[in-house]
Design a protein around this ligand. Structure first.
Ligand code: HEM
Length: 355
């Protein structure tokens, strides 16, 4: 472990139990996740005035609601980091893991909506959402303060092997992601350009041989990622590591949700062509549809976190090859800035911006 990491690791709090107020504080990421759909509802109300005219005040309110919804994972990241210390109790470890799960609120809420539809369960997705998070909070509060969590700091050989497999698979997946995101960026030039490039790409990634192998690889990557995140979330970590784990948790939920939406719900069940119109929620669009607005934070953060997660992996590789911490951190930060800009550009195209 690096000196930097060691400097950041906090020891347990002198064996004192958390007060009730402190315990409730660690429910904040779950509370933010519960508020997430209502921020989207508030956004929708703000952009849908009865008169049809959107005032400046409504625009500001809408922007604030969408910003707050998109920033929900940030609270989970901060709490996961604040809760990361050596020798956590069972309660503290559960709180830390719940904070990590809350980072994935945007894709998990999409999965909830699509999943209930696929199962023909006509139950409010918001009620289901709240009930699930309340159950998670109950599970957290049942964690013991006295009992230390069962964690081991030794790196098992199998974990080291899975890390290598995860890195190699990422290099293959990167080829698709680079094509896929470039394809979506070209949406800024118009749906026709997007369709032309996608048609070309489909001859490769949708071929009967490549597609099953590729989808299996994506799912394997998710399974290994979850395994690594589960273990990593129990260990002391610095802010960079917490970000790497948190972005990975988001991605795991994003990939499962995205594959379920595109391959299962759209293609297999509803026989919809997963083209630009499908992705951009045409004809209503992502912004003005009460259901589809949830896709905006989901997609923006999906693009951002996939690039940021790759930047985190690259930082680890650079450090292992003797690159200075300052340079590795700068490259990491540049990756995050580029990821944010690409995410905003793609979303602008999906929402109708053309260049
Ligand atoms: C703005 C963000 C995104 C949008 C709008 C989007 C949209 C789409 C669309 C329309 C398809 C269907 C492709 C086709 O029919 O040929 C698709 C498939 C897929 N996307 Fe995305 N995507 C986004 C981000 C991502 C990211 C970040 C990843 C990877 C982490 C990803 C992974 C995949 C995979 C694996 C498929 C299935 C490919 C197949 O058909 O076999 N997507 N996506």
């Amino acid at each position: 472990m690096s000196a930097l990491e060691q400097g950041r690791i906090r020891t347990s709090d002198n064996g004192l139990a958390n007060t009730t107020a402190e315990k409730l504080r660690w429910l904040a990421p779950a509370a933010a996740a519960m508020a997430y759909p209502f921020l989207l509802d508030a956004f929708h109300l703000a952009v849908s005035p009865a008169s049809g005219q959107i005032s400046a005040a409504r625009l500001v309110l809408a922007a604030l609601c969408l910003f707050a919804a998109t920033a929900t994972p940030l609270l989970g990241l901060v709490c996961a980091w604040r809760l990361t210390k050596a020798a956590p109790s069972s309660f503290e470890l559960r709180a830390r893991r719940l904070a990590y799960v809350s980072i994935a609120a945007p894709p998990l809420f999409v999965l909830t909506g699509v999943g209930l539809g696929l199962l023909h369960i006509s139950f409010s997705d918001e009620l289901f959402w709240i009930a699930s998070w309340l159950a998670a909070c109950l599970y957290l509060l049942l964690g013991s303060e006295q009992e230390p969590a069962a964690t081991s700091t030794a790196i098992a050989p199998s974990i080291a092997r899975w890390r290598v497999v995860h890195g190699v698979a990422a290099a293959v997946i990167l080829l698709y992601v680079a094509f896929h995101l470039t394809n979506h960026l070209l949406g800024l030039l118009g749906p026709e350009v997007h369709a032309g490039v996608m048609k070309l790409g489909r001859t490769v990634y949708r071929s009967p041989v490549i597609e099953p192998i590729f989808i299996s690889l994506m799912l394997l990557q998710v399974a290994i990622g979850v395994r690594l995140a589960w273990r990593g979330s129990a260990l002391p970590a610095d802010a960079y590591r917490v970000f790497q784990i948190g972005s990975g948790v988001y991605l795991a939920a994003f990939i499962v949700t995205h594959l379920n939406s595109a391959l299962v719900s759209a293609r297999a069940v509803h026989h919809i062509d997963t083209n630009w119109a499908w992705a951009s929620g045409a004809p209503t669009g992502l912004i003005h549809d009460a259901w589809s607005i949830r896709l905006v934070p989901h997609y923006v953060l999906g693009v951002f976190f996939v690039l940021a997660h790759l930047a985190s992996g690259l930082r680890g590789v650079l450090l292992a090859h003797g690159v200075t911490i300052t340079l590795a951190n700068r490259i990491w930060a540049a990756g995050l800035v580029a990821g944010g800009m690409i995410a905003i550009a793609i979303m602008s195209g999906l929402c109708g911006v053309r260049i």
